[in-house]
Design a protein around this ligand. Sequence first.
Ligand code: ZN
Length: 149
Amino acid sequence: MRIAISTLLLLASVTSIPAMAETCEVEIAGNDKIEYSKSEIRVSASCDKVRLTLKHTGKLPVEQMGHNWTLAKTDGWRDLAQAGVQAGLENDYLPKGDGRIITHTDMIGGGESTSITFDLSQLKKGGDYTYFCSFPGHWAMMNGKFIIE
Ligand code: ZN
């Protein structure tokens, strides 16, 4: 009888736990030809967090061919990318503390990889978001749509 009751209690406590926070994994690569491996990234709105991994599959050093992954609203992202040029490599070519930056990875060179985890709750399903590499001159070729569906 005691076993039966404790089993029931266990079942009750398991079913009352709210849905587990889900972290969705996303990967993208950059190469020495100033290209991302994806022109869009789709994530489900059911993801609580997104863990994004950027891999640099090239060989060139960060000073020459640095890549990062910066997320911003599509509205105004080019202005943000241009403003980043003056910020220098020490700031990942992003204006410090700029509110237009939703999140970004470190700037990496060939053979390296880097990850970030961010809350998806700060973004809107169906919102218009763009990701890009903020290294000077890269954003025109290295950009894509971040889609929450
Ligand atoms: Zn780049």
